[in-house]
Design a protein around this ligand. Structure first.
Ligand code: ADP
Ligand code: MG
Length: 242
């Protein structure tokens, strides 16, 4: 579903990603972790071409993001993205947030877009808040709206970049619950997160990044269960967060 093939990227003269390769199969849940500044956000943003790459290639459902003629807005519409800071439009109601990209990018008519958006809002347990503005919701609720908005686009995969790290602790659970449910329903997911409970519960694989490289990419059970299977950097990192 998502093929990351020898990707390198530079910000000016600074190499932020070095030869990153991994493949995420349909229905697979992959957790990406690693120290701050290791390139996790950059890697996940390259998948839907929010950040350009200078070497290598990425294919989403077989379609290369670097090939000439690839329609990037269309490709981005296929891959839902959820950010640390929600990124809802503050001046639009919840319903308008849910329908905007459906009508503008997918060309859905407003009736269908609203029906789809409200169905996803109901799925994250927030239907009663459809007419509110983001500022009237808690952080956890805003993040659930952001997930509903991404799901409204009928994505073939979902990317999460530390979706719970800006939340007060008491709101982390409600967002993780939605993510767990999505994972259990078979959504293809790439999640940057340090929520190791989530990783243990639903991930299939864990990727550990350090200094722009993928230094571990292994089945969850090996990552958590076999300390000897991990690199010293990953061991040190895990010992700090677990
Ligand atoms: P992580 O998400 O793992 O914390 P990032 O992908 O955000 O890491 O950043 C990796 C490195 O790239 C960091 O050293 C960061 O300072 C640098 N970086 C991130 N974005 C930019 C940018 N737009 N321009 C220059 N350097 C950047
Ligand atoms: Mg980051």
């Amino acid at each position: 579903m998502i093929e990351i093939d020898n990707v390198s990227k530079w910000y000016g003269s600074f190499q932020v990603l070095t030869d990153c390769s991994t493949t995420i199969q349909q229905g697979e849940v992959v957790v990406v972790c690693g120290p701050s500044g290791s390139g996790k956000s950059t890697l996940i943003k390259t998948v839907n071409a929010l950040e350009p790459i200078q070497q290598g290639d990425i294919r989403v459902a077989g379609q290369s993001i670097t090939a000439k003629g690839t329609n990037l807005p269309q490709l981005r519409a296929k891959v839902g993205m959820v950010f640390q800071n929600f990124e809802l439009f503050p001046h639009l109601s919840v319903t308008e947030n849910l329908t905007l990209a459906q009508t503008n990018v997918l060309g859905r008519n407003p009736t269908d877009a609203t029906a789809r958006g409200l169905k996803m809002l109901d799925r994250v347990g927030l239907l009663a808040h459809k007419d509110k503005f983001p500022g009237q919701l808690s952080g956890g609720q805003q993040q659930r709206v952001a997930i509903a908005r991404a799901l409204s686009m009928d994505p073939i995969a979902m990317l999460f970049d530390e979706p719970t790290s800006a939340l007060d602790p008491e709101m982390v659970g409600e967002v993780l619950d939605v993510m767990v449910q999505l994972a259990q329903e078979g959504m293809t997911m790439m999640c940057v997160t340090h929520e190791m409970g989530f990783a243990r519960k639903v991930s299939h694989r864990v990727i550990f990044m350090d200094a722009g490289r993928i230094v571990e990419d292994c089945p969850k059970d090996d990552f958590f269960g076999r300390p000897d299977a991990r690199s010293p950097r990953a061991r040190e990192f895990l010992s700090k967060i677990l």
